[in-house]
Design a protein. Structure first.
Length: 94
């Protein structure tokens, strides 16, 4: 059984609890777009978006390593664009 919109939002919150989110990130709206996604699918979306953001920042700052601690300090901030790009091009495996 797949999750409700509230359950998907909770999964996003759990997976992104240590990631700085840009002001444009609306977890309610993202949860609605993830209708039909399983918990594992949502975890994969979060991981992929975080890795894409890290890669973008590594390129921007000259490939300086970004650690979990530096992501808490704003070196890696997920934006709505990170999620939108991935959700548009992903396939649900459930």
């Amino acid at each position: 059984m797949l999750m409700s919109a509230e359950g998907r939002k909770k999964m996003l919150e759990i997976n992104l609890r240590e990631v700085e989110l840009a002001p444009d990130v609306d977890l309610v709206a993202i949860a609605k777009k993830l209708d039909g996604y399983s918990g594992a699918d949502i975890t994969n979306v979060c991981r992929y978006c975080f890795h894409q953001s890290v890669n973008q920042n590594l390129t921007r700052i000259g490939r300086v390593p970004v650690t979990t601690e530096s992501s808490r300090n704003g070196a890696t901030t997920l934006s709505c664009m990170n999620f939108s790009a991935y959700i548009r091009h992903t396939t649900i495996f459930s």
